[in-house]
Design a protein around this ligand. Structure first.
Ligand SMILES: Cc1cc2nc3c(=O)[nH]c(=O)nc-3n(C[C@H](O)[C@H](O)[C@H](O)COP(=O)(O)OP(=O)(O)OC[C@H]3O[C@@H](n4cnc5c(N)ncnc54)[C@H](O)[C@@H]3O)c2cc1C
Length: 368
């Protein structure tokens, strides 16, 4: 049973209650809270960090976002040069209802109109993307507060003020929201003084980040249809691998096949590059689709997330123990807060929308 199926079962049998109890116990009575009056530093400008900045901006709290790379978006990155619709190199599907857009925007005076199409079991954006949503609705409120090419190396939360050391100097704040990929913490790229609590360290070390790879191939014809070709992965818990029609639902005449691989099946791809990688995929496609791939090939694009120096992997396995995930998302010493797709309440994780929701939770906690 995968994560989504588990959550579905919780809903069906009403066993989600412990999660809800846990969540409501984090909130003040009636949900009322006073906006935090100090300074908040957010580390990482992915979905989690951008959402955190956006919510802090809305409530008037002073904040800054520190981003290691030269761009915002993290694992929502798109490519707009490959074809006539945005190619989602990371997040592609909307893994919840469309009401999430208004929930993230959190402002009833803003009209959010985004076209999506059902693509069982999730939804796809039509000539749009998660990245575009953030670019249009979230980033304008926080763009001036992001420092790029600024790599956080250490966080000292032993004193009243938290000292955050980067390659571009020292930043200080009253509270810090850590919103970097889990693999960054696993690799010890950011050191903490004092060290993180043992329970947190255990959760960081004992959870699995799947490898992450995507590829997009343009062909002269659509010989693959609209159905996903799902590779059997054994054990199921070691990852996923799917070939699919990436142009499905888009306003395009192009034939673009997508490859999505996380966990063990991604290893075949992240261990190769250049022509070797291209030919490996074409050979595999030829074997599935009766030798139609190689003769119809036009161009391709690949994204190896393990090679990204500030991402270093795909995402947290769908098969984690929710207790450990909850521990990943828990705050430390009323000073360090964690937000992002891997730092949630343990009820759900990994998607863009859960990253945004975890940011809201972190700020509610900071306010409380
Ligand atoms: C292949 C793949 C497919 C996916 N498909 C989907 C999908 O279809 N739907 C969906 O909802 N989700 C999908 N996801 C998951 C989704 O993209 C991520 O879970 C989400 O975007 C993560 O947001 P985040 O803010 O937690 O982290 P990130 O987006 O990784 O952002 C973290 C940021 O922290 C920065 N950073 C790292 N180290 C430092 C440092 N030391 N100092 C400062 N900054 C630092 C990074 O540069 C990065 O910008 C997919 C992910 C992958 C990899």
């Amino acid at each position: 049973m995968n994560r989504k199926e588990f959550i579905k079962m919780c809903g069906l049998f009403g066993i989600a209650l412990p999660f809800q109890t846990m969540l409501s116990s984090c909130k003040k009575d009636n949900g009322a809270s006073t906006p935090f009056a100090g300074k908040v530093l957010i580390i990482g400008a992915g979905a989690g960090g951008l959402s955190a900045g956006y919510f802090l901006q809305q409530q008037g709290t002073d904040f800054e976002i520190i981003e290691a790379s030269a761009a915002y978006g993290g694992r929502m990155r798109i490519n707009t040069a490959f074809t006539d619709f945005p190619i989602p190199l990371g997040a592609e599907w909307l893994e919840t209802g469309t009401g999430i857009f208004q929930e993230i925007v959190n402002d009833s005076s803003v009209q959010v109109t985004i076209q999506t199409i059902a693509d069982n079991p999730d939804r796809k954006f039509v000539n749009y993307s998660w990245f575009s949503f953030f670019e249009d609705y979230i980033v304008p409120s926080v763009a001036g507060k992001i420092s790029y090419n600024t790599i956080v190396q250490s966080i000292d939360y032993s004193g009243n003020q938290i000292a955050v050391q980067t390659n571009n100097g020292l930043f200080t704040a009253d509270k810090v929201i850590v919103s970097v990929p889990l693999q960054i913490l696993k690799d010890g790229d950011i050191s903490f003084t004092p060290g993180l609590p043992q329970s947190k360290t255990n959760a960081i070390n004992e959870t699995t980040v799947w490898e992450g790879f995507k590829a997009f191939f343009e062909f002269n014809t659509n010989f693959y249809g609209d159905d996903e070709y799902v590779f059997p992965v054994t054990p199921q818990s070691s990852g996923q691998k799917i070939y699919y029609n990436a142009a499905f639902g888009q306003n395009t005449t192009k034939n673009i096949l997508g490859l999505f691989a996380v966990g063990t099946p991604a290893q075949d791809f992240i261990s190769r590059s250049g022509n070797e990688l291209k030919n490996f995929i074409l050979t595999e496609l030829d074997s599935i689709y009766a030798d139609q791939a190689t003769p119809n090939y036009i161009q391709h694009l690949t994204q190896n997330w393990n090679n990204e120096p500030f991402i270093k992997g795909g995402y947290l396995s769908d098969y984690e123990d929710w207790n450990k995930v909850r521990e990943l998302g828990s705050s430390v010493a009323d000073k360090l807060y964690f937000a992002g797709a891997e730092f949630t309440d343990g009820e759900n994780w990994v998607s863009v929308h859960t990253a945004a929701q975890s940011a809201k939770r972190a700020i509610e906690e900071i306010n409380s």
